[in-house]
Design a protein around this ligand. Structure first.
Ligand code: SF4
Ligand code: SF4
Length: 78
């Protein structure tokens, strides 16, 4: 997938974790036999109540932006 867009977060994340569960990159990782939530290179994760993006793993599919209940996530052109 061409990364002509980038996922950005605004400041109103409530840490619900929905984005973490809907992310296809995270789902793929979670199916690996040696999956460890603490060490996996998740594309998006919640840490200390705030979501953060791992741009090395995020494929910029935008799925999480359509599932965030408070509109924190958005895709922007790069
Ligand atoms: S844009 Fe896609 S790959 Fe990136 S964090 Fe969101 S759901 Fe995961
Ligand atoms: S970015 Fe949205 S979906 Fe993800 S944890 Fe924050 S509020 Fe929940």
């Amino acid at each position: 997938m061409a990364k002509d867009k980038k996922l950005v977060l605004s400041g109103n994340c409530n840490g619900c974790g929905i984005c973490v569960t809907v992310c296809p990159t995270n789902t793929k990782l979670s199916k690996e036999e040696d999956f460890d939530i603490n060490t996996a290179k998740l594309a998006i994760a919640v840490n200390n109540g705030i979501a953060f993006v791992n741009y090395d793993a995020c494929i910029a599919c935008g799925l999480c932006t359509r599932n965030c209940p408070v509109g924190t996530l958005a895709m922007v052109p790069v």
